[in-house]
Design a protein around this ligand. Structure first.
Ligand code: C2E
Ligand code: CA
Ligand code: CA
Length: 511
């Protein structure tokens, strides 16, 4: 049944929407996890830099302490102080060598004793620290020199680069760590480089020592964030994929749920799927065509032609029946209007109207528009109101029916005999025709009681001066019986089934 058939969206659109629903939580979750990983790496890089700073400060404290102790000896002969210089080297764990300077000349060294080498204070950052790539004793081995001077005298104490690169390597296990002094920097492999510190791609953290003239920089190599995520977050990724699957499934189900009947019908109305079929009505005596009844069909794209009793109740319930009827009347006017000049006697056109269509005066405009499409006087518009659904008389309905009458529109009571319309009702709405329900016609050759009811309906209509139409005439016996009882109009498969417009026009022109 068409009202449970659904989907309006194209398959490709549904697949895309489903994928989006599934991917969205995964993408958002991954972005959040990525941010979280970056934060964690930033924290870790900062902590590493702080720890390295603490260690370097400790070592330099040690070196500076020995320089402080030696400085007062500067100026004395090397012979007198060389033991004191060696004592510092032995006692202090991080001191590799000690030297004394007079007038910017290194004149005494813990290693060689008497010595002679010029000292350039400009080599030292802030006059204090110089990161060297080795000296004549140990070339290509990093060395950090601490310089302390006072007047003409000075002390130089050195710290082996081995200790420094050890710190860079051990503290920074997962982290890249660099030590910069002035224009030189040391990497964890113990090499001294010249120039500015390189950028560390991820979570770089650069800290200056509060006590000495050096800088430590910590960070991670490219891709570290993703590596970290794949190491640390597998359970969270599983959770994300689970959410993605659930969300995708929900998206799929929601899309594939049937649309509401009224939604589907509105679509069909806009797509012009409700079309008129025409069934001829003949005169009871000569069986010539007196007119037709317009019957709605739903030309559904998937279900094919759908019978009205399957969808009219939904249409009435949703209120769509009014625009659907209007569309049917417009299509009928387009099909039959051009032929109307050739109609001899006024051609009856029966349109089925629901009670809800009579609650306001809109119907008047629909009928006026309909009539305007035909040659004047060429047709008789008959509105068929089913007896099962009676119209409540109100001021509006009185006005409506009075004006319809003034326009020449006729009223028929459909399915007569199945409901309970009173004589008063027939008068109130100025009924012109009674359409005898097909169940009574079907009983003509079978059931005596039904035949009595049929007879009394025919009698009643004659007394009230109403036209009478018999529906569902399928056999010659029925037709003969009704003709013998002076039933004015007959409708049924015996004379013609409901047919599409083209067939009807064809049959009409040949008739
Ligand atoms: P209805 O107004 O009583 O229409 C007559 C029904 O009897 C039609 O069914 C017609 O096809 C069928 N019929 C005609 N001759 C014979 C016959 O010899 N034997 C049998 N067994 N049936 C015959 P259909 O077209 O399926 O329509 C069913 C009902 O749906 C209609 O009953 C009417 O109440 C409603 N309907 C149809 N079109 C419209 C419409 O445009 N608006 C409204 N509100 N209701 C409509
Ligand atoms: Ca009808
Ligand atoms: Ca009927």
């Amino acid at each position: 049944m068409p009202l449970t058939v659904r989907p309006r969206r194209k398959r490709s659109t549904r697949i895309i929407v489903t994928l989006l629903c599934g991917l969205l939580p995964i993408i958002i979750g991954t972005v959040i996890l990525h941010m979280q990983a970056e934060r964690t790496l930033e924290q870790s890089s900062r902590q590493t830099a702080e720890e390295a700073l603490r260690q370097f400060d400790l070592m330099l404290d040690n070196t500076a302490q020995s320089a402080r102790e030696l400085l007062p000896l500067a100026g004395q002969t090397c012979e007198d102080v060389k033991l004191a210089l060696r004592e510092q080297v032995t006692r202090r764990p991080f001191v590799r060598s000690t030297n004394l300077v007079w007038d910017n000349n290194l004149y005494c060294s813990s290693l060689f004793g008497d010595f002679k080498e010029a000292v350039n204070p400009g080599d030292y950052t802030q006059g204090k620290l110089w990161l060297m790539n080795g000296n004549p004793v140990t070339p290509d081995t990093a060395l950090l020199v601490y310089r302390l001077s006072d007047g003409r005298g000075g002390a130089l104490t050195t710290l082996d680069g081995y200790h420094l690169s050890n710190i860079l390597r051990l503290i920074g296990r997962q982290t890249l760590l660099l030590l910069q002094v002035g224009n030189n920097w040391l990497s964890a492999d113990g090499k001294v480089h010249q120039g500015v510190l390189p950028e560390l791609p991820v979570a770089q953290s650069t800290l200056n020592s509060a006590h000495y003239a050096y800088t430590v920089s910590a960070g991670f190599p490219e891709d570290e964030t993703w590596n970290y995520m794949s190491d640390e977050y597998p359970p969270l990724f599983s959770l994300l994929i689970f959410f993605g699957a659930v969300s995708g499934a929900i998206g799929y189900i929601v899309q594939n749920r049937a649309t509401s009947p009224s939604h589907e019908m509105l679509r069909a109305l806009e797509a012009g799927e409700f079309i008129p079929y025409f069934q001829p009505v003949v005169y009871g005596d000569n069986k010539r065509w007196s007119g037709c009844e317009v019957l709605m069909r739903w030309n559904h794209p998937k279900e094919g032609l759908v019978r009205p009793d399957l969808f009219i109740p939904f249409a009435e319930h949703s209120g769509l029946i009014v625009p659907m009827t209007r569309s049917l009347m417009q299509q009928t006017a387009v099909v039959l209007g051009p032929l109307s000049a050739s109609f001899e006697a006024p051609f009856h056109i029966g349109i089925n109207i629901t009670a809800s269509h009579c609650h306001d005066l809109e119907l008047l405009e629909d009928c006026r528009e309909f009539l305007a499409a035909f040659a004047p006087g060429s047709i008789s518009l008959v509105l068929e109101l089913t007896e099962r659904e009676l119209i409540e008389p109100t001021a509006i309905t009185h006005q409506l029916f009075a004006q319809l009458r003034a326009m020449g529109v006729k009223i028929a009571i459909d399915d007569f005999g199945t409901g309970h319309s009173s004589l008063g009702y027939l008068r109130t709405f100025n009924v012109d025709f009674l359409k005898i329900d097909q169940t009574f016609v079907a009983m003509i050759d079978k059931d005596a009681l039904s035949r009595h009811i049929l007879d009394s309906i025919i009698e009643l209509s004659a007394k009230l001066d109403l036209g009478i139409v018999a529906e569902g005439v399928e056999t010659q016996v029925q037709a003969d019986y009704l003709a013998a009882h002076h039933v004015n109009f007959l409708q049924g498969y015996l004379f013609g089934k409901p047919m599409p417009a083209a067939d009807f026009i064809d049959a009409l022109t040949h008739h």
